[in-house]
Design a binder for this molecule. Structure first.
Ligand code: ZN
Length: 407
């Protein structure tokens, strides 16, 4: 029996009712919630419509939440372009609950916080709150450039850092560089990740650089805040939810989240993040269902009138030997329609002619629809080897699809 809407959190029903009342009070959303009856039990949430980012933004614009004590912090709720949409969190950033459940750090740890700081991105600060609870020693690294890697790696080795956290696409090149220049970090016990799925490339480099390091992950979004945790014994895509997170697997495996935090600021009630998932039994054998996240289901874009799925296409490209990472760059030109660039970071064992082979493969039958568009206009497809993919400067995240518009 898959769980629907069950929770052991005290006052869970009252919290859900209060959130519903808040959403009903938002003029722009009144129609959506007009037909929803009172919640007699959490199971009644099935009758509440799911909400997406625009709904939540409308609610936050109207409600402008304030923490019931201490400061109220604002963070950017997703999206790397356009004006910031703000999400809210109180002082402490809800990390008490995370600390109760997840213990990668202790008082003896020397922890490097490698998430970018500032610019409305929350990860650096929530890990600061976590470090406070763990009582460890912290190093606020933030974002560093490629030409700074060597000096920082030497510093980490000299200081004997025991823990390093960051976005996987930021950690990957740093650990890769350590391998290249022969830096060893034998004291490193934990690698913390948040913001993106785990990068399997780290599994190649870590055993050579830091043989004692194990990965520990947090999963969530700015809107839901931290939703789940995992340990080295869990699969990298599988999460144990925090008690205050009520997750429902809906149609097409789309996940929706309901916050049961008693003093939560974002009115998250059946909020769809765009992630799909399923309930599984975790390999760590912790009792109860765990949530396996299957990735986003909103990666489909129109390309020359055809639907192109960024996840499927990058997965196919990454299946080629010699491909370490891949990314699609879709550029729309007002004058000549759109072009697709496939960027590839080659692996160490890549042989010559990789770009040509991948291009031939895409032009072949494997991709069905899009390949016919390329046959009409072969110039519209470019495959290029690069040293690194394009990432968001603010968060260090690297998405599978980058969209651009040119005059
Ligand atoms: Zn587990």
């Amino acid at each position: 029996m898959t769980p629907q809407f069950a929770s052991t959190v005290p006052d869970a029903l009252d919290t859900a009712r209060a959130t519903l009342a808040k959403l009903r009070s938002v003029p722009a959303l009144a129609d959506r919630y007009a037909d929803v009856m009172a919640l007699d039990s959490l199971e009644d949430l099935i009758h509440v419509p799911v909400m997406v980012k625009d709904d939540l933004n409308a609610a936050l614009d109207h409600l402008k939440p304030k923490a019931h004590r201490g400061a109220t912090w604002t963070f950017q709720s997703g999206g790397s372009t356009g004006s910031p949409k703000l999400g809210y969190a109180p002082t402490g950033l809800y990390m008490n609950e995370v600390y109760e459940q997840w213990k990668p750090l202790g008082p003896d740890d020397l922890f490097v916080n490698g998430w970018g700081a500032g610019k409305l991105w929350g990860a650096h600060y929530l890990m600061g709150c976590y470090a406070d609870l763990a009582g460890c020693t912290g190093i606020g690294l933030g974002a560093v450039n490629r030409n700074e890697y060597d000096v920082w790696l030497e510093f980490f080795a000299e200081r004997k850092v025991t823990s390093f956290g960051g976005t996987p696409s930021v950690l990957r090149p740093i650990i890769g560089r350590a391998r290249e220049i022969g830096i060893k970090l034998p004291e490193l016990r934990s690698v913390l990740y948040l913001g993106e799925e785990w990068n399997p490339g780290l599994d190649e480099d870590l055993p050579l650089v830091a043989p004692n390091a194990k990965r520990w992950g947090l999963f969530g979004s700015t809107e839901t805040w931290v939703a789940g945790t995992n340990t080295p014994e869990c699969a990298a895509d599988t999460w144990h939810l925090l008690p205050s997170q009520l997750v429902h697997v809906g149609e097409n495996q789309m996940l929706d989240f309901t916050s049961l935090k008693p003093h939560g600021l974002n009115p998250v009630l059946r909020y769809q993040t765009g992630d799909a998932g399923e309930w599984v039994t975790c390999t760590c054998r912790e009792s109860g269902p765990a949530l396996r996240v299957l990735g986003r289901r909103d990666g489909e874009v129109k390309f020359r009138g055809l639907l192109l799925n960024a996840d499927t296409l990058t997965a196919e490209v990454c299946a080629h030997s010699g491909v370490s990472q891949a990314q699609l760059v879709l550029t729309e030109y007002a004058s000549r329609g759109s072009t697709l660039e496939v960027l590839i970071v080659p692996s160490r064992d890549a042989v010559a002619g990789l770009a040509e082979r991948v291009r031939d493969h895409i032009l072949g039958s494997a991709f069905g629809g899009p390949s016919t568009a390329f046959h009409r206009d072969p110039e519209a497809l470019v495959v290029r080897l690069v040293e690194e993919l394009i990432s968001n400067e603010r968060t260090g995240k690297t998405s599978k699809l980058v969209q651009r518009r040119e005059p």
